[in-house]
Design a protein around this ligand. Sequence first.
Ligand code: 5GP
Ligand code: MN
Length: 336
Amino acid sequence: MTAEEQRLDSLNQAQALISAAQRPLLITHIDPDGDAIGSLLGLGWALVRLGQSPVLYCRDGVPPRYDFLPGADRVVTTPHGSTDLVIAVDCADIGRLGLSADDLSRLNDRPSINLDHHVTNTGFASVNIVDTEAVASAEVVLQIVDALGVPLDATIATCLLCGIVTDTLGFRTANVTPRVLEQAARLMRAGASLAEINEQALNRRPFSGLCMWAAGLKTLRREDSIVWAHLTRAARAECGPVQGAETGLVSFLLSAQEAEVAALFTERDDGTVDVSLRAKPGRDVSAVAMALGGGGHPLAAGCTLPGPLDEAEARVLGLLRAHLREQAEGGRYHRR
Ligand code: 5GP
Ligand code: MN
């Protein structure tokens, strides 16, 4: 089968599973971002239009900045009730689902669909639609919505456009093609407001988030083309509760002219360290993240490491140095 035939075959299989379901459980990843929530809600609304009663689950709930999305108040933080189909969106591996061991074994015998765009996706479901060319999982959800024959409306379109806008940082990432702009235009024609999504999801952050930028930037370091910073538990406590507000700081670190890769290390309350990695086009931090048990995309990846902070930093910096050295050596023979 060609790749295109395979894609159509998986779409057909997913469509058949969805059509046979009554009460699907939709799951998006822990520490959700705009694509996670937008894809979850967009697909949820499409299934509601089909007369289904989906349960929308995200272990960590909806970050306040995505409260404006229709249906945000319907997302639950425990996967309650019976279900006849599990659909994961934007989850690269089973760990990202945030399910307890009990829930995982309870759901183990249900059919499952995995809709995603991460290169590191492990293909953990019965039907896997992983389109690594898609800039957001929302684009993959759009393919499913079309395959199901659900007409786009403003509600579905707003959720999906939010996924595309946030994962491309407002159409600024290297993977944005004319196709992506065409999809976005289609979602706008269906009634999604690009201006409102930009305003809510990109132009605002809580003051506590700015406080964390200040705390993080105080720890700013550079070694050749690696720029990094960290947020200690104490700094986070001082700034007040903030969920996902670290998002943005690591991209800001990468904006340094000298930077080829950037890393942000955030100490969690349980002492583990959340590692956020970013790279300039031509580099690849997904391999480093995967080597440490995480995953992501070539230009944006992450993982969680045991503490303490300085040991986690040393491990990641070691791998980043090796990665840059390897590319420098390869680059002499293989010009990009
Ligand atoms: P962020 O730095 O924004 O948290 O994550 C960047 C990218 O890496 C996202 O696509 C996210 O899904 C992925 N990612 C972040 N942390 C992890 C992780 O611990 N495991 C996996 N598999 N992917 C991660
Ligand atoms: Mn995501």
